[in-house]
Ligand binder design. Structure first.
Ligand SMILES: [Ca+2]
Ligand SMILES: [Ca+2]
Ligand SMILES: [Ca+2]
Length: 146
């Protein structure tokens, strides 16, 4: 069993089980994430249908009480290239015009019944989103939600 640690105000970490029953930190090598992410949620699923688990990371928004410090980052789609190594597919696969900040929850569900996993994005203080999978792990928005 491998572990993904979701961290608030610091980068997420990927821990892979080692042969001896412990864990090794594979974050630097396997996870292309920037430093501050404010991750609120993450889901795994085979989004491009190639048999391995891909990773969707929902990132929230944090502001200090006096608003002098604000941290945010875009939510990320990380594609598994095999061996638990991930590449950032956010720019090429996600609906480019949509804001992906302030995300409080992400969920994978086949919402249109065509056997691939679509995405429901819950956002705080902003409109929720539904992303429809083209079958190959690229997404476009649908306006089923008002
Ligand atoms: Ca996959
Ligand atoms: Ca679907
Ligand atoms: Ca589809």
């Amino acid at each position: 069993m491998d572990i993904l640690l979701l961290n608030w105000k610091s980068r997420d970490q990927l821990l892979l089980q080692s042969g001896t029953g412990g864990f090794v930190d594979a974050t630097i090598k396997n996870l292309p994430l920037s430093r501050h992410l404010n991750t609120t949620s993450a889901v795994t699923g085979d989004l491009d249908g190639d048999g391995d688990l891909d990773l969707l990371v929902g990132n929230g928004w944090w502001s200090s009480e006096d608003s002098t410090e604000v941290l945010w980052s875009n939510s990320k789609l990380l594609m598994n290239s095999g061996n638990g190594r991930f590449t950032d597919g956010s720019h090429t696969r996600l609906p480019g015009h949509l804001p992906r900040i302030g995300v409080s929850a992400v969920k994978l569900i086949d919402i249109d019944g065509d056997m691939d996993l679509d995405v429901v994005v819950g956002r705080s203080l902003a409109r929720n989103q539904i992303w429809i999978n083209d079958g190959g792990g690229a997404f476009h928005e649908t306006r089923l939600l008002k």
